[in-house]
Write a protein that binds this ligand. Structure first.
Ligand code: ZN
Length: 163
């Protein structure tokens, strides 16, 4: 009689872990679990009609992207953090390159520049905030070919993308 042990069975189905992907892939709005699949359907966030159109799940590793009701409400905190960080960065760059003085209006030029930059960057910031928010809860799994994504506990199709 031939018996197959559990460990042998899983060895037969085992696929090599995927090549290691850098966390910088998140800046390109890749799925946090495999860092390979795109989260958004249109690659260009400045196609404004499609900015927030997401795949329901990762096209590569099948990680669901809407993991609970109102999930992306929380991405506004990430967006806020990115906006502040970007403003601090332009403030410091302006300080070093152009400088600030109480005798002229340079600080207002910076304010205007920064406001226009934030508006121009908004479509990208909204996307990368969603990727960052999902990455808080979905960790990178280099072995995604063998592991299943965590099942979604509760969600509501009618209410998706309302946040
Ligand atoms: Zn994925």
């Amino acid at each position: 009689m031939v018996t197959i042990q559990g460990s042998q069975l899983s060895d037969m189905n085992f696929t090599e872990p995927a090549e290691k992907r850098s966390p910088l892939k998140l800046l390109a709005c890749k799925c946090p679990r495999c860092r390979e699949g795109d989260m958004f359907e249109d690659k260009n966030p400045w196609h404004l009609k499609n900015t927030m159109k997401m795949y329901p799940q990762c096209p590569i590793c099948k990680q669901p992207f809407d993991i609970e009701v109102g999930f992306y409400f929380g991405s506004s905190y990430v967006s806020y953090a990115f906006t502040v960080a970007l403003s601090v960065a332009t403030f410091i760059a302006w300080w070093v390159i152009i400088g600030f003085s109480i005798n002229d209006n340079r600080i207002f030029y910076w304010l205007t520049f920064n406001a226009l930059l934030l508006i121009a960057m908004q479509p990208y910031l909204m996307r990368v905030a969603r990727t960052g928010w999902l990455a808080f809860l979905v960790k990178y799994d280099r072995n995604w070919k063998n592991n299943q994504p965590k099942p979604v506990e509760r969600n509501n199709r009618d209410q998706q993308n309302n946040w």
